[in-house]
Design a protein around this ligand. Structure first.
Ligand code: GTP
Length: 320
């Protein structure tokens, strides 16, 4: 990421409140609710959510705009024990992000016991002494009060065990929008003083094509079996406005490649008589049209990139 620290040219807003701007990221094991929380804070769909682990591959940022502050959220992939080259690259990316942000939110689901996955991440976090860390207990709508209290105590103990001093411990439900604003209120004072980092109203600086590729990948992930999710990568090859269209009836042509690792996976993606691929196209097209604000002609090609997760050249081509 280019610039992660706000210059300290504090802008005065209102009475004595200096304007603050900076970066935060949410960490946590797969499925902890990081993307959903990012979306809830920003109020628009920018990161990709799914009920399958490890679906966030790109550092999608959402921006929370307040009169007194700008909070830029960096959404990283899950940090986990690497098994492939892709896994190692993802961990490097996550660590690099952690070292550059102003505050880290450690997401721990309210409805799951703290386990080795959390300790693995927590240990790594503990070594980042200077960055404030907020424990965010997510999905509180899934548990009763008693269970939530138990989890808050367990999180407090986890901090003591790992040598992390939580700046705050905040229970939230991103899905119900409970305590989401409060979380923003608590994160903002941890940002450095400084002017806006991004012009007002901008929600994400993720290149459009990456977001479009993610929307297609998200549609492709729906309903596929367990082994496939990590084998899918999508790259937008071409995107341009169709020529000879009247100004009030624009059309955007998009050509995307959907990569899988083995030709045996082709059938699963394409489906009987192309039904699944058609479904993927229809679903993602709706989201892409909403994103771009124009009708879209979407052309998806399914290609085999053999064992792309283990091949450095392929990884680079696919944008990792
Ligand atoms: N009930 C409930 N479910 C939630 C909440 N937040 C997230 N979820 C669900 O939990 C699952 C995982 O959420 P994500 O936001 O994709 O989790 P993530 O941590 O970004 O996951 P990875 O990208 O795999 O690391 C999804 O099915 C969400 O719908 C919440 O506040 N309440």
């Amino acid at each position: 990421m280019a610039r992660m620290t706000a210059p300290s040219t504090g802008q005065e807003h209102g009475a004595q409140q200096p304007h603050r701007a900076g970066f935060a990221c949410f960490v946590g094991r797969p499925n902890a609710g990081k993307s959903t929380l990012t979306n809830a804070l920003v109020g628009t769909k920018v990161a990709i959510t799914s009920n399958r682990p490890q679906t966030t591959r790109h550092s999608v940022r959402g921006i929370v705009h307040r009169p007194e502050a700008q909070l830029v959220l960096v959404d990283t992939p899950g940090y986990h024990r690497p098994r492939t080259l892709l896994g190692e690259r993802l961990n490097d990316e996550v660590r690099a992000t952690w070292a550059e942000v102003d505050v880290i939110g450690f997401c721990i689901p309210a409805n799951e016991k703290i386990g080795p996955g959390d300790r693995y991440i927590g240990n790594e976090l503990a070594s980042l002494k200077r960055t404030p860390k907020v424990a965010v207990v997510t999905k509180t709508d899934l548990v009763d009060r008693e269970a939530l209290t138990g989890q808050l105590i367990a999180v407090d103990q986890l901090g003591k065990e790992l040598g992390i001093e939580w700046a705050e411990i905040v229970p939230v439900s991103a899905q119900k929008g409970e305590q989401v604003e409060l979380l923003a209120d608590l994160l903002i004072p941890m940002l450095p003083e400084g002017p806006e980092l991004y012009p007002g109203g901008e929600l994400t600086d993720e290149p459009e094509q990456v977001m479009i590729a993610e929307l297609i990948r998200e549609a492709a992930l729906e309903g596929v079996r367990d082994e496939l999710p990590h084998s899918i990568a999508v790259v937008v090859e071409e995107m341009e406005a169709r020529e000879d269209r009247p100004a009030d009836k624009p059309l955007t042509d998009i050509r995307a490649n959907l990569f899988i690792e083995r030709s045996s996976q082709k059938g699963i993606i394409i489906g009987p008589k192309g039904a699944r691929l058609k479904e993927i196209g229809m679903k993602s097209r709706k989201h892409i049209e909403a994103l771009l604000g124009t009708p879209v002609y979407l052309d998806i090609h399914v290609k085999v990139a053999k064992d792309w997760q283990r091949d450095p050249k392929q990884l680079r081509r696919l944008g990792f």
